[in-house]
Design a protein around this ligand. Structure first.
Ligand code: HEM
Length: 138
């Protein structure tokens, strides 16, 4: 069904952009900007951002799981190379999902370090996804 395939691809890309793009903007845009505020205000704004972004993180995780499983189950003719790359992608995805849930907790002193880890794994996942697409075309 082409409409469902397009919808799932749209959901996958939108969710990936939200989760990984959100983490990059938070780590390299928001956190450095917070340092210009007083310690008290910094804490309040930091907690408010985590609380308001949390539903988007959960929605993006759900969107990636539904669309990713749909995409995967609809692939045919998968090679050993494809399985190897997607296996590594799954491990990094688990890291990103688990750490983003922790990142959104209130009063989290490790937020910046955790977001750096998500940024590295998230960008690597996007590279691996491009490799998967290339493997399917050769
Ligand atoms: C942080 C989480 C994830 C990110 C950032 C991500 C990112 C991406 C991106 C950018 C693409 C390429 C989209 C396209 O060209 O149409 C893609 C494709 C794909 N993703 Fe994900 N993804 C994530 C999680 C998942 C999960 C959880 C699954 C499976 C359960 C999954 C399975 C797939 C599959 C099967 C493809 C198609 C690859 C191909 O072209 O053969 N992804 N992903």
């Amino acid at each position: 069904m082409p409409a469902l395939t397009i919808l799932m691809r749209f959901l996958h890309i939108l969710s990936a952009v939200t989760l990984v793009g959100g983490a990059l903007a938070w780590r390299f845009g928001v956190i450095p900007a917070l340092t210009s505020l007083s310690a008290d205000t910094q804490g309040k704004v930091d907690r408010a951002i985590a609380a308001s972004w949390r539903p988007f993180v959960f929605a993006a995780i759900a969107g990636l799981l539904v669309s990713g499983i749909y995409n995967f189950l609809n692939k045919t003719g998968l090679t050993p190379a494809y399985h190897a790359v997607i296996g590594v992608k799954f491990l990094l995805v688990l890291h990103v999902f688990a750490v983003m849930v922790l990142v959104c907790r209130p009063d989290n002193a490790k937020r910046a370090r955790q977001l750096t880890g998500v940024a590295v794994s998230g960008v690597t996942i996007v590279i691996l996804s491009a490799v998967l697409r290339w493997i399917m075309t050769v």
